[in-house]
Each structure stands twice: as C-alpha cells, then as structure tokens.
Write a protein that binds this ligand. Structure first.
Ligand code: LLP
Length: 416
C-alpha cells in the first residue's frame, strides 16, 4: 500500500524526495510519553530533540502531542517561534551559544537555557536578565556506539566536569537573575543498552546528593538527554522504550530514598526515536555501473541529502519499489546481487548504502531508503550545488508538501 502511494508521490513531486508519516511520529511520541508517565508519573516530560529533524510542521505536531522541545541554535529556535511553539516549553542547548542567540532565547522567554561552559555563563551573567538554567554535565560514561556520537565521556567537548559543575552551582545560587533548576547530561546516540542509561541516572543522582549535602542546594530537575537506539535494519535489536526508561527511573527512585532527597522532575529528549522510522527517502536510478569488484546503482540523490553512511558507516535498508509495483515476472527470475547504492556527488565516499541485496534495477526505477526521518533532512547540504529535496507529510487523510524542493535561485539567493 505504502509503495504504490510512494511511487505516486515520486511521480508527482519528483525525486529525491523525503516522505514522513505523521501517524508514525505521533505513535512514537506517545510511546515515549506513556513510558515516562508509567515510570515517573506526572513529574516528567519528553522533549523532542529537534536536531533530528527541524521544520515548522513537525514542531506543530510535537506541540499538539503536548511535548516540549530541545533546540540547539538560533535557527532551530526561530523555526520553533514561527511554528507558534510555546517558548516556555523549550530547552536551549548548544556548546557555543553566541551572545545574539542568548539574547534572543532569553528575550523570547525560553523555558531553560542549558549552560555548557564558563564563557556562556559569563555572557548570561552580564546580560542581567531573568532566566532558568540547567547545567550540562559530562558524566564520564563511555557507551557502545559510533565514536562521533558519544557525548558523555570525560573528554567530551560538551558540558562541565562534576568539579566544575559544583563551582558553577556556587556562582549561580548567588545570582538573583539566574534561576538554577538542575542538571542535564546526554551520554550519546543510538544506544541499546538500558544499563548505560541507568548508570548515567545513578551518577547524576549521586552528584545531586553531593550538591545537596555540601552546598545545601536542592536540584528540582534532571534532564537525562536522548540517544535511545532505533532499529534501522534487521541487524539492529528491537528497542524497548519502556525498558530504557524503567531502569533509570528505578535508580532515581532508589537514590532519592538512599540520599534522602526529593526526586527531581525528570526530562528525556529523544530525537531519532521520534522521527527516524517515520521517514523514507525516494530516489530514481539513473545509471548502473559494473567495475571489477563492484556493482554501483547510482541514484539522483547523494551524501548531500543523506550523509549518514559517509559520516558513520550507518546502514539503511534499500528496496526497489518499482519492481514490487510493476511485478515483471522476468525480473523475479533474476538473481539478487550485492550492490552499492551510490550518489551523484563528485566524491568516491558518496555512498548511500553498501552490500544491498537486490535484483539489478532498471534505469528509472524508484528506490526507497528506509528509516531516514532523523538526521537526513536536518544534516542535508548543498554540496556540489545540489538542491535539497522536498518533504511530504502523509497521514490517514492526505499527502501534503511541507518543505519545497530548493530551486537554483534558492541556491544563489544569499550570494552578492
Ligand atoms: N540531546 C542532546 C543533548 C543531543 O546532543 C542529542 C543528539 C539528542 C538529545 C538526541 O539524540 P537521539 O535521541 O537523536 O539519538 N547525526 C548523528 C546523531 C547526532 C546526535 C547529536 N545529538 C546521526 O545521524 O546518527
């Protein structure tokens, strides 16, 4: 059913084309919200980490699901503003927020500024404007994932060490404009081991206990970050959202009793867990090339619209939906081969997927790359002056274009 709709959309809107499914997004939102409610009750909230996919329409969906938002730049904040997102429900992240970004965020009344470093704290202090802050901590946890997406190690570029965080708390509690709310940590992305989340909850609670004991300062809120693993291919495990949250919530409850402190309000901030599986990308096959050791199926997209293989050797499943649609019996008889799906950029590393088993497609066939809802559109570039694809949102009732395909004029619009 999906395939015939996707073929229709490819014909109508052209390729490459991003398609996201609203029902799947809403289902994912509810899974996280239900799991949080089940384990923490009402003293919890889910923020959508919008670096995974940031656009006005999606922010409206997130808002209508009563979730909050994590933004990481003035650009994401501006997009949220334009979508009508309530500013007090936004957490503003970033490890080098500019003065302009901080002024914008504080003047708009964002809910929390997640302070990452000394220089940022100084800028906020000098502004002498009322704001609520969380302090970002590096909990010193090494997780099993690609090194580029680990964020909680002792050498991470994000946040303060525990010793530094203690000094920050001492400073901010003396400041009558800065309202200290609590701490934030994020250990990395695409994590499947619930024990890693449990460990970070434990370490953070011990720290919260220490801050209370040493400084007498209460921590009202704890943001445990995102990073919940997503099943991209059949080789990935099926994630259990409830289990991810259960272990850390148990640890937080246990630690609150042990340390005799009030359990903080807990936030999590999944990004890919909300949107990855809701998205697919469609491409048209333009060329097939056999070399001594490779068979390249070359499509009209590239690392410019999906840089994940190039950056992380990330796997995505690819299927030929024209083949299914126009069931040609002669095709069915041909044997499947291992092919490399390559893009059209002038660069050998421009690969969308490797070791894909498929029958050699026909020129003009439509390929569907699965699980591209996260970190595709949001990480797209104009490399080789390629225009960014359009994005279509589908739900039970209709398919609507929510991001226009860029034009050549868009490409030069900021050039003087
Ligand atoms: N919170 C913070 C502070 C983060 O830095 C991130 C991701 C998240 C939440 C959401 O993580 P998620 O639930 O989406 O895993 N481009 C890479 C992922 C980079 C993640 C950066 N931070 C990729 O395509 O895999």
């Amino acid at each position: 059913m999906d395939n015939s709709l996707h073929i229709k959309l490819a014909k109508e809107f052209g390729t490459p084309l991003y398609i996201i499914n609203e029902n799947k997004i809403r289902r994912a939102c509810r899974k996280f919200k239900d799991a949080m409610y089940k384990n923490y009750g009402k003293d919890s909230q889910v923020l959508y980490a919008s670096k995974a996919l940031s656009c006005i329409k999606l922010y409206k969906i997130i808002n209508s699901e009563n979730m909050e938002l994590d933004v990481v730049s003035g650009g994401e904040l501006y997009t949220a503003l334009k979508s009508g997102f309530p500013m007090e429900k936004i957490h503003f992240h970033g490890n080098n927020k500019s003065l302009e970004e901080l002024i914008m965020a504080i003047d708009l009344g964002v809910g929390r500024i997640v302070v990452d470093n000394e220089e940022e704290l100084e800028k906020i202090t000098n502004l002498r404007k009322q704001c609520n802050i969380l302090i970002r901590v590096r909990p010193g946890i090494d997780v099993t994932t690609h090194s580029a997406i680990k964020t909680g190690t002792i050498d991470s570029k994000f946040g303060f060490s525990f010793e530094e965080s203690e000094e920050v708390v001492k400073k901010v509690i003396k400041n009558d404009k800065i309202n200290f709310k609590g701490f934030h940590c994020h250990i990395g992305s695409q994590i499947f081991d619930s024990k890693s989340f449990e460990k970070s909850a434990e370490i953070m609670m011990d720290f919260i206990g220490k801050i209370f004991l040493k400084l007498g300062v209460k921590t009202d809120e704890l943001n445990l970050g995102g990073g919940f693993g997503v099943k991209y291919t059949k080789n990935d495990p099926e994630p259990n959202i409830n289990e991810f949250i259960f272990y850390s919530s148990e640890k937080i409850k246990q630690k609150s009793i042990e340390l005799n402190i009030k359990q903080p309000f807990v936030y999590i901030e999944p990004g890919r867990g909300i949107v990855a599986q809701a998205g697919v990308t469609l491409y048209t096959v333009g060329s097939i090339k056999k070399t001594k050791n490779e068979t390249y199926v070359i499509v009209d997209g590239s690392m410019a619209d999906n840089p994940r293989f190039t950056l992380y050797r990330a796997d995505h499943e690819v299927i030929n939906i024209s083949e299914d649609e126009f069931d040609c019996s002669n095709k069915k008889n041909t044997i499947k081969e291992r092919v490399t799906i390559a893009g059209k950029c002038c660069e050998s590393g421009d690969i969308i997927a490797k070791n894909v088993e498929m029958r050699i497609p026909q020129i003009g066939d439509i390929l569907k790359v699965r699980c591209t809802g996260a970190y595709n559109f949001s990480m797209a570039s104009n490399y080789n002056k390629l225009c960014r694809p359009a994005m279509i949102l589908i739900n039970d009732k209709k398919a609507q274009i929510i991001v226009k395909r860029q034009t050549y004029d868009d490409l030069i619009s900021s050039e003087l």
